[in-house]
Design a protein around this ligand. Structure first.
Ligand code: BDR
Ligand code: CA
Length: 317
């Protein structure tokens, strides 16, 4: 049976690649997207969500617009250095012709999960603002979400937006705190694993042996992303942060998952947004999530490329 998922997202290049991977995967039924500010403004994130779905012939998938600001802090806006000013790198997708659903993302999530308790999983690949507010508005959503898979955090790894913190968690640490301690069954996919999944220019060239809008999109979307990584982090390629969340469905054997008590610093100091696991069990608190501390990265990237090839053949290239 297909796993039914809703993705809460701030697209973002790797967010867009996650939608494509979901559409390419026979194990997954993508039911909806909900948008949140993060990599780019809410307006751009929502436009990108609609445009990418249209490009992939999936405009029937509903998109609900969510929160334009984090709960407490100001938006960071550093994501545009990585993802381009539009959020979609060097791509030039036409304006979408489809529209968002009328309902705000918070209410949309509440309605969908309460209508079918424990039937749908939520994949959160942006700041956790929408998810936290849905929990606060309707606490029964905690019991209704089958599973919550989050791209976020840096457990043993350093941060990518501050020396200690990862972007999605740092962008709304208070929301992350609410979500982490909500009681929802959580799997966290932090930088410890995602930095091992590097899409290379050779992978992009392989895809572009087929003349397809999807291959061109992957090439144009990732070009700036790769330039950023080369300039600031010193390696060739780009990390498939958000797509790796889907490995929990399509290739769980590639992930090394451990159960831990994990929290996030919201003290306001230099480590704000830092996620930490109680490895030594000194807090004597029960585990609140599974955490991916390692992954067979190259195998996941190969799978990603194969799935993009599959999507191109499904869409008649
Ligand atoms: C996360 O931050 C964003 O820039 C990416 O889309 C991903 O969700 C990685 O830290
Ligand atoms: Ca993202």
């Amino acid at each position: 049976m297909k796993k039914r998922i809703i993705i809460d997202t701030d697209p973002g290049v790797d967010d867009a690649l996650t939608f494509l991977l979901a559409l390419a995967s026979p194990e997954i039924q993508l039911e909806a997207l909900t948008t949140v500010q993060g990599n780019v403004t809410l307006e751009k994130a929502t436009r990108n969500a609609l445009s990418v779905l249209e490009m992939a012939h999936a405009a029937h998938i509903p998109v609900a617009r969510g929160c334009s600001h984090p709960l407490v802090k100001s938006p960071h806006a550093s994501g545009e250095a990585v993802h381009g000013s539009s959020g979609m790198g060097h791509t030039d997708l036409p304006d979408p012709t489809s529209s968002i659903v009328e309902t705000h993302a918070i209410d949309y999530l509440i309605e969908r999960f309460l209508a079918e308790p424990k039937q749908i999983s939520l994949f959160a690949i942006g700041p956790l603002t929408n998810v936290a507010l849905a929990i606060r508005k309707e606490p029964r959503i905690v019991e209704a979400i089958q599973e919550l898979v989050i791209m976020g955090g840096a457990i043993r790894s350093g941060g990518n937006v501050s020396p200690l913190a990862e972007f999605n968690i740092h962008e709304d640490p208070h929301a992350a705190h609410v979500v982490f301690h909500s009681g929802i069954p959580i799997t966290l996919i932090p930088l410890d694993a995602t930095y091992k999944c590097l899409l290379t220019s050779a992978d992009v060239e392989r895809l572009n042996k087929i003349d397809s809008p999807i291959a061109r999109f992957v090439r144009d979307a990732t070009a700036q992303y790769m330039e950023f990584y080369l300039k600031y982090e010193g390696f060739k390629g780009c990390a498939l942060h958000d797509p790796l969340t889907l490995a929990t469905i399509i290739a769980p054997e590639l992930l090394t998952l451990e159960e831990h008590y994990v929290s996030v610093d919201i003290s306001g100091g230099v480590s704000t947004g830092k996620t930490y696991a109680d490895f030594m069990k000194v807090a004597k608190k029960p585990a609140n999530m599974k955490v991916a501390l390692d992954v067979k990265g190259r195998e996941f990237v190969e799978l990603f490329v194969e799935r993009m090839e599959r999507l191109m053949s499904l869409r008649g290239a």
